[in-house]
Ligand binder design. Structure first.
Ligand SMILES: Cc1cc2nc3c(=O)[nH]c(=O)nc-3n(C[C@H](O)[C@H](O)[C@H](O)COP(=O)(O)OP(=O)(O)OC[C@H]3O[C@@H](n4cnc5c(N)ncnc54)[C@H](O)[C@@H]3O)c2cc1C
Length: 420
């Protein structure tokens, strides 16, 4: 019997752990997510399922320790040569159960990346922050706070804007950073225990040295978060406002310092393009839903899949999943091998990453629309899973600067555009 495992994975360069970790997550999703996922939308405010499930994954399976170095109680995945391809497997498996679960989990990886991934592991700061995640049985999420009310794309557009539009300020006062500003929409923002805050040390500056990447623990005085937003989908993710009102943190909470913060922020946004896997997960689930539906549902006395017009569409969907999966593993591999493919913060990696992210989101939107067409009345029926995938998938196009920033970054590299 054909399954989702028949879509190609580049076996010659995935790590031995891929199968092991992937298997554990597949089982987790089948047992803990699939039976309950139709209830996630109603849970957007209370986040009861979200907290419970995330605790089982992050604490129960130990995933919240994954990136932190071994000497501070973590798994040391940041030192692995396979972190990109393993992330790809984890994100697509989680996304198969729920797009937002995958996003929430991926976002939890995101904020610590600047200080936990080789060759830039900040051991002093890891010693300070890792115990929050590794020496506890509590769920501890992190959040990368970039977007502001005046716009998120320009802040993520480091190569063109160099931090010019960031309004959240960081001012050094003795041995402390004092942060003031307002962030909106970050994943995990309502629930996080540690925030990585993108600030400027000089408003309006186009100098990368003024971009600051500063960690702020949740219980710091002056930090306030709002209520979770009520959204079209991605309900598992507690997106909300964060206000910083004279928030003080030790000087050492800045990831690296002038210049390097901008460089590693760029790298972190390039890791963010692995979000293509958050779009792939629900595409793979769409294959499962459609395979089952088109075998059981009949038309002209035959299973739906045995009709040429339907089979043609099903074939296009399989083609999209196959290509997206291969592209995702290739991008993960590129992040794992900077000595072959270039620095992770380089414009070429940005362009290749945005190709994966934009392509995956666009194919996912198309696949979910086609599935809705094939499923007729069962498509919008909440008992048949497709409409949830459909709503969630549309939102995967909107984050990380949206589709247009990705297009600008791809064109900038491949066509050597000078003004974008
Ligand atoms: C589910 C979800 C999770 C999110 N998670 C996070 C998170 O973890 N952290 C965080 O900080 N933010 C997060 N965001 C916010 C997200 O990153 C921003 O929405 C995104 O960067 C776009 O910013 P904006 O909505 O402010 O649009 P704007 O920047 O105001 O842009 C407005 C419009 O202009 C387009 N545009 C922008 N730049 C260009 C360009 N160069 N050329 C042409 N058109 C352009 C945009 O695509 C958009 O359509 C999340 C959003 C969602 C929906």
């Amino acid at each position: 019997m054909r399954t989702i495992d028949d879509f190609t994975v580049p076996k010659e360069y995935i790590s031995p752990e891929n199968k092991y970790i992937g298997g554990i997550i597949r089982e987790f999703v089948d047992e803990e997510v699939m039976p309950y996922r139709r209830k996630f939308d109603e849970d957007w405010k209370e986040l009861k399922y979200a907290r419970d499930l995330l605790k089982k994954a992050e604490v129960g399976l130990g995933l919240q320790k994954a990136l932190w170095p071994v000497e501070f109680g973590g798994w040391g995945m940041g030192s692995s040569d396979y972190v990109g391809v393993i992330s790809m497997r984890m994100f697509e498996e989680l996304g198969r159960g729920d797009t937002a679960l995958s996003l929430t989990f991926g976002a939890n990886f995101w904020a610590p990346l600047a200080i936990t991934v080789k060759p830039h592991i900040n051991r002093e700061l890891c010693a300070e922050l890792a115990p929050m995640f590794c020496d506890t049985n509590e769920l501890r999420l992190t959040c990368l706070a970039m977007t502001e009310p005046q716009g998120g794309s320009d802040i993520e557009n480091v190569d063109a804007e160099h931090g010019r539009t960031i309004q959240t300020t960081a001012e050094l006062d003795g041995d402390e950073w004092v942060i003031n500003g307002h962030k909106i929409w970050p994943s995990n923002s309502g629930e996080a225990y540690l925030y990585a805050v993108i600030c400027t040390t000089k408003r309006g500056s186009r100098d990368d040295k003024d971009i600051a990447y500063i960690y702020v623990p949740r219980d710091t005085k002056g930090l306030k978060v709002g209520e979770p937003y009520h959204k079209a989908g991605i309900s598992f993710d507690a997106n909300t406002d964060i206000w910083f009102d004279d928030v003080r943190v030790p000087k050492m909470y800045r990831a690296w310092g002038p210049g390097d913060d901008a460089k590693y922020f760029k790298e972190v946004t390039n890791w963010g393009s692995m979000a293509g896997a958050y779009s792939l997960g629900p595409m793979i689930n769409t294959y499962e839903v459609l395979k089952d539906y088109c075998e059981k549902k009949t038309f002209h006395g035959k299973p739906l899949k045995e009709n040429h017009a339907v089979a043609g569409v099903l074939s296009d969907i399989a083609m999209d999943i196959e290509v997206t999966r291969i592209l995702g593993y290739q991008y993960g591999r590129m992040l794992d091998r900077p000595e072959i493919y270039g620095d992770r913060w380089s414009p070429e990696i940005t362009a290749h990453g945005k190709i994966f992210k934009n392509f995956a989101a666009e194919r996912a939107v198309d696949v979910s629309n086609k599935a809705m067409d094939i499923m007729g009345l069962y498509g919008p029926d909440r008992d048949h899973d497709m409409e949830k995938n459909w709503r969630d998938i549309k939102m995967t196009q909107l984050w990380e600067g949206g589709k247009q920033l990705g297009q600008a970054e791809i064109a900038r590299y491949f066509y050597e555009c000078e003004t974008l």
